[in-house]
Design a binder for this molecule. Structure first.
Ligand code: GAR
Length: 223
């Protein structure tokens, strides 16, 4: 079974690229049915089109309010046949209109170890705070920003000389590993949500170290 997914983007689309590569390598049992951006100039749209993937811009300013914008996105996603939604650097809050359209089928990547440093500047806020460890989180999306149940996290070191860019680069490398892995677990029906907890069926060893990062649940073959 191949899961048709929609990928929501706002920026450069490096996480989208990581998904495309894992689909092409055969590791990821998903098909990217649609890439949607609220920003017409997003490089992510070009990346998608270069790979023959349908990519559409819906500028949020064209809609009277968030709910109307979300309803337009839901319509486009339904039309594409996508059954799950991956937020890969999508910098807009979703309203209940969107969230209730795909219950338990929306995941987001965030560049910090939630619940620390939620919001639009996770890397910068962690670097400025002076934490010694930060990382990335993939979580199910609920109605509260950066809040839903956690699927996978990767922890990376942070150093006193880090700024948003240097810490962000270290985090991004792990984002590119854990997001496709999380989508694969979703695509193969191995995730179940129990309140705030996400259970992964047939998980491997309880922890894994990948390129100096601690990743849990551990990455599997191909990710
Ligand atoms: C990623 O670091 C992602 O975690 C972050 O935006 C970046 C997008 O990069 N998302 C958020 O901050 C959401 N709150 P990309 O366009 O190269 O994938």
């Amino acid at each position: 079974m191949t899961l048709p997914i929609a990928v929501l983007v706002s920026g450069s689309g490096s996480n989208l690229q990581a998904l495309i590569e894992r689909v092409e390598s055969g590791a990821l049992d998903a098909r990217i049915a649609l890439v949607l951006s609220n920003k017409p100039e997003a490089l992510a749209l070009e990346r998608a089109r270069a790979c023959g993937i349908k990519a559409v811009a819906l500028p949020h300013a064209d809609y009277p309010d968030r709910a109307a914008f979300d309803a337009a996105m839901v319509a486009a996603i339904r039309q594409s046949g996508a059954e799950a939604v991956v937020m890969a650097g999508f910098m807009r809050l979703l309203t209940p209109v969107f969230i209730h359209a795909f219950p338990g089928r929306i995941i987001n990547i965030h560049p910090a170890l939630l619940p620390s440093f939620a919001g639009a500047h996770g890397q910068r806020d962690a670097a400025n705070y002076g934490v010694a460890i930060s990382g990335a989180t993939v979580h199910f999306v609920d109605e509260i920003m950066d809040h839903g149940p956690v699927v996978i996290q990767a922890a990376v070191p942070a150093y006193p000389d880090d700024d948003a860019a240097s810490l962000g680069e270290r985090i991004l490398a792990m984002e590119h590993r854990i997001l496709p892995q999380a989508v694969q677990w979703l695509a193969t029906g191995r995730l179940s949500i129990e309140g705030r907890k996400v259970r992964l069926r047939d998980a491997g060893l309880p922890k894994a170290v990948v390129e100096g990062a601690l990743v849990n649940p551990p990455l599997e073959q191909g990710f």
